[in-house]
Design a protein around this ligand. Sequence first.
Ligand code: 13P
Length: 275
Amino acid sequence: MRKKLVIGNWKLHGSLLENQALLNRLKQELHDIEGVDAAVCLPYVYLYQAQAALQDSTIAWGAQNVSQFTEGAYTSCISAQMVAEFGCTYTIVGHSERRALKLESNQVATKRLLNALHAGLTPIFCVGETLDERDGGMAELIVRNQMLNVVYGLDSQAFALAKKLNMVIAYEPVWAIGTGEHASPEQAQRMHAFIRMMIAERDREFSEQIRIVYGGSMAPQNAESLLSMPDIDGGLLGRAALVAEDFIDTCRIASHCWQQQRQLHAQAAAPAVIV
Ligand code: 13P
């Protein structure tokens, strides 16, 4: 059964002092959480700090992006290989805040994803529609377009790497990010099932294994309804990841949902008793 995955995307937040307090709390409170992988994606300059603070913990860490280039005269770019040197497990790729700055077309996002895979990082590939696109009935079409390169564009070697490294997809409806308004559990479940179906078109086995997480105003108040859905395997949290209690509570709720789903699976798998 797929474990839940709760990732904090710290975005442009943090300071050495604040980070240390937050990382220490997460480390203390989440060391024995069952059925949940927890991770934080921090600004590049704090990766060394995260590595020092978390290397003997169960919490993974990662970057928020990697360059589409591997080396060369590209001022300010950070390569996947560099990020990997700091013990990162993950990197986010294709976040809508990057796409909105026009720095990230689907092609560029795919290039970054490939670089992440070749550096041994697990990409968290973000997709999601804007409000206009949803209102226009185009949500699935947009997400399908964003997913096309990942599903069909990767050659068999890269796809095998994505499978081996457990690539993650994050469904983040743009209208739900930072607004306090989250997708309803039914809306999110429908899109997650759609994404899983797309992956199954290429590889059925991977479609069962891949974790598809939800992002967009997820918080302890709405986490249970979202994380109880069969295809919602975790969360990518922005604001709620900056408050220790909120992130910890969301991880605990994820663990509770995982335990319930495990029970349901066990019941479904148990042989029928004939009387
Ligand atoms: P919020 O949780 O603040 O809506 O941010 C979500 C997000 O963009 C995570 O990548």
